[in-house]
Design a protein around this ligand. Sequence first.
Ligand code: AMP
Length: 282
Amino acid sequence: MKIIRSLSEMKAARAAAGGSVGFVPTMGCLHKGHMSLVELSKKNNTATIVSIFVNPTQFGPREDFAKYPRNETRDIAMMENVGVNIAFLPQAEEIYPDGFDTWVEVKGITDKLEGAARLGHFRGVTTVCSKLFNIVQPDRAYFGQKDAQQVLVIKKMVSDLNLNLEIITGQTQREPDGLAMSSRNMYLNQAERRAASVLCKALEKAAALYLSGEHHAERLKKVMAELIVAEPLANMEYISIANTSSLHELELIDSPALVSLAVRIGRTRLIDNILLAQPACV
Ligand code: AMP
């Protein structure tokens, strides 16, 4: 596996790569969720490139940029083990040099859910992804359904800007108790870790009720909220049942629906989601 830190070296390596290139952008502290995207990429491409970059512009001023978990040595070993071809670890000074002043922003769907809760977050995501796509020039880029809104936003950017790559979505990978894998799970102490399974339990409950014939979104949300309120370490931020493409909230679930939620467990903010009419999370 090649480890590349400079943009010029990355561009040269891309130009030299024959065949198709799959790209998995990450913020590191890799887990099985990231690795499942790598496996998808390896199946369909000649070479797989993984980037690790904790992107400062997608964090709000009161968010966890400084303490976001970083473990380059372990990440490099994991990437090497699964057969990643290039680990791309760009430096913030090169991605955002002095005077950097150009932003890529998707409107509309970024007003809702994570975009409403984390102002400026998606502008940071779309800006850095545009830059990474331009540098790496992948044929396909892989994103996790765990961040469902991010997938929609990236697909919209790729379509609106006629970018020349395909966006592939990988399923959410979960711990045995259903908790969606996330680098931020490292923040949880033992009691919080146990409490964190409430997100998935709430989603499962919604799926079960839906399958039993309850199609009123408010009723599903109420039952989900009751479960979360009953968990002393949990603080609910939002619960949403929205159309999967517009993200408009639904009253009656009569179109494909994304059920998503953000919950603080202690001081750690976790998100999760399911698509309705699909199997529940565990
Ligand atoms: P991150 O490092 O958190 O920015 O995530 C990098 C990529 O991995 C994003 O496309 C995420 O959606 C994806 N990802 C994160 N957690 C999971 C998971 N549990 N299952 C599948 N994909 C995931």
